[in-house]
Each structure stands twice: as structure tokens, then as C-alpha cells.
Design a protein around this ligand. Structure first.
Ligand SMILES: [Zn+2]
Length: 356
């Protein structure tokens, strides 16, 4: 008969070391397989058919420790990983956890690849699979109460664009900075906001100075039950505020706050933090910028709500149950809502096709 082990009662050091060895071996075994991944997903998620989304399913044997299922409706066979972010990876549980850790530490792709012992492209693909899944989470945050709104402007970065797809000549990278100076149609406008409850959003809304249409499309859906909205003195906010009946407080140019001490300190501080965050990645390609903005918001949320030791668990458990169609082949596509050829159409630039 098996007796239940009470660790509290063991005081013999040899016994404890033996036990530790056993636990370490067991963890190593689990980490090296994909079963742990499956178990985690199933723990957080009822299995449903990836084909017809029916939950009327039968168990259909096991393969390499993973439970297989068959759909009673459409007869499709699947397992817990089918349709999850990690369906097609050949990586172990340990490597996937390392990928999450590297994102939390803001490590470069090169460093991540070295830690995970995979190619740079694999590390790059996995990072994007992970961060693209944050979109749903970030989009579910709504701002309420006292809200600060302001825009963040940045230059277009065409890093990773194939020569034949370039809309203009490639530029040597120059220093960042001058966020607000010289806002022209080649600057990306990121609308952003935060509220008194630490909810926030950053959304690419187009190029050039912010317009009331951009605010209506990208800011209004993020706001609910507002008491007061503070912005700078742009008229585009004024017209939207009138339409939506916002209690708008605008801070005059060149001043820090108004007579009631309304100010934009919180959102300005977030913009400074975003500067530092983006500089970690040595220039983020604009086609992936929204994903990085979502990551920025998500990491703030983790930092404000959880101890570091719980952040990794929260992060991976949130992502494990998501699915994405990003894969090794399409990860370099343009995932922004911007059409670079349209932005640069005045250039009449035709990249030379390199034919050999
Ligand atoms: Zn089905």
C-alpha cells in the first residue's frame, strides 16, 4: 500500500536530498516533453473541436502522453495543443517557458535564441506568436473615471522589409527623440490614454497630426463612464468631446496644469517609459509596432498587479489558451494598419527588382 508522504515530518538530510533529487528529475522529465503544455492548456480550458467548435467530444487514446480527442459532430481528431499558440512548435515546455522569461526581461532576439538553443528566426517567430496574443487582453481594458489622453509620435521604421517591397530608399538609422517636433505625414500617430485605475492603451491611429476621426475610431471605443478627460489644447479633442458629451479639461500650451491642477503628468510619464522600453529593442519595425505597444501595456499591468515570481505564470497561462495564425513563414508580414506604399506614394519610388 502506498503511504502519503508528509514532507514536514522528514528531518533526515539524506532523505530530503533524495527527495529533492527525485523532484528535480521529475521536473526535468516534464520540462523536456510537450505533455506539460497540454496539461496546462486543458487545466485552463475545456477542450473544444478546433474545426466546428463543438464541445461534444470523445477521448481518442494518447500519443506521447498527450490526450487525443475526436469530435462527435465532424469526426475531426485533435489534441489539447491543436489551435493553441504552440501547436506547430517542436519546442519543449522548458524552451517555451524560457521564451516567456526572455520577453519579461526584454532580452534581444539574439540573446533569447542563445538561451533557448534555437535559431534566431525561431526565437523571433515565437516572440511574435506570444506578443500578438496580447491584443485581446489589451483591447479588453477600458478607461473610466478621470482620464488623461495624449499622442505619441514616432518615425516610420521599415526594418525587415524586403528590398523589392520598399516604398522608399532605406535610411541609415539616426537618433530617436524629437517625438513632438516636426509632426508630418511620415510620422506615426499613436493615440494613448490612462485612467485613475491604471488602465491604459496605446493604439496606432495613422500618420500625421491627430484628427477627430482618429480619436473617434481609436480612442472613443476605449472609454466608458468617464468623469473627466484631460488633453492638451488640440481642437480635434474638442469636437469629439462636444459630440460625446465629455467633461473635457484642456491644458494650455506651455503650461503644466490648469487652475484646478488638472495635468497630463501620468500620460507623459508613460510616454517616457515607452521611450525607454522601445530603445531596448534597438528600433522596432513599424509593421510590428502595435504588438510591442500591447506588450508595453501588458508588462505595466503585470508590474502593477503581481510579484515578479507570479508574473511568468500569469503571462504564460494567459497566452497558452490563445491561438494565432502567425507562423514561421508569415511572421515578417505587415501587421500594422498602415499602408507604407500609400504613405510614400509622393516619392514615386520603384525598387529595382534584383533579377539574376
Ligand atoms: Zn468538430
Amino acid at each position: 500500500m502506498k503511504q502519503k508522504l508528509n514532507i514536514e515530518e522528514i528531518n533526515d538530510i539524506d532523505e530530503l536530498r533524495k527527495l529533492l533529487n527525485f523532484i528535480n528529475n521529475k521536473i526535468e522529465l516534464i520540462e523536456s516533453s510537450k505533455k506539460a503544455l497540454c496539461d496546462l492548456i486543458l487545466k485552463n480550458h475545456e477542450p473544444i473541436c478546433p474545426n466546428c467548435h463543438s464541445n461534444s467530444i470523445n477521448k481518442n487514446g494518447k500519443y506521447k502522453g498527450k490526450q487525443n480527442y475526436i469530435c462527435k459532430e465532424c469526426k475531426k481528431k485533435f489534441n489539447g495543443l491543436t489551435n493553441s499558440v504552440f501547436h506547430h512548435t517542436h519546442l519543449s515546455f522548458k524552451q517555451i517557458e524560457q521564451a516567456f522569461e526572455c520577453v519579461l526581461h526584454l532580452f534581444s532576439i539574439r540573446k533569447t535564441a542563445k538561451i533557448m538553443k534555437v535559431s534566431i528566426k525561431t526565437a523571433f517567430t515565437l516572440r511574435h506568436k506570444i506578443i500578438v496574443c496580447l491584443k485581446d487582453i489589451i483591447n479588453s481594458f477600458v478607461l473610466n473615471g478621470d482620464i488623461e489622453l495624449d499622442e505619441y509620435y514616432t518615425s516610420i521604421n521599415l526594418k525587415g522589409t524586403k528590398k523589392e517591397n520598399m516604398p522608399r530608399m532605406s535610411k541609415k538609422r539616426t537618433s530617436h527623440g524629437n517625438r513632438k517636433r516636426g509632426i508630418n505625414s511620415h510620422k506615426i500617430c499613436i493615440v494613448s490614454g490612462c485612467d485613475e485605475f491604471d488602465n491604459m492603451f496605446f493604439a496606432i491611429s495613422g500618420t500625421g497630426p491627430v484628427t477627430s476621426d482618429m480619436i473617434k475610431e481609436h480612442v472613443v471605443p476605449r472609454i466608458r463612464n468617464t468623469k473627466k478627460i484631460i488633453t492638451d489644447c488640440k481642437s480635434s479633442y474638442e469636437s469629439v468631446a462636444k459630440e460625446k458629451n465629455w467633461n473635457l479639461k484642456q491644458i494650455k500650451a506651455g503650461t503644466y496644469s490648469d487652475e484646478d491642477n488638472n495635468n497630463l503628468a501620468e500620460i507623459n510619464s508613460l510616454h517616457q517609459q515607452l521611450d525607454i522600453f522601445l530603445s531596448n529593442f534597438r528600433g522596432v519595425s513599424t509593421k510590428h509596432l502595435q504588438q510591442y505597444l500591447d506588450l508595453f501595456c501588458f508588462l505595466r499591468y503585470l508590474n502593477w498587479t503581481l510579484d515578479y515570481s507570479d508574473q511568468l505564470i500569469e503571462f504564460r497561462n494567459k497566452i497558452f489558451i490563445k491561438n494565432t495564425d502567425i507562423n514561421y513563414l508569415n511572421v515578417c508580414n505587415n501587421y500594422s494598419n498602415l499602408d507604407f506604399h500609400d504613405i510614400y506614394k509622393g516619392y514615386n519610388f520603384h525598387p529595382l527588382k534584383t533579377t539574376t
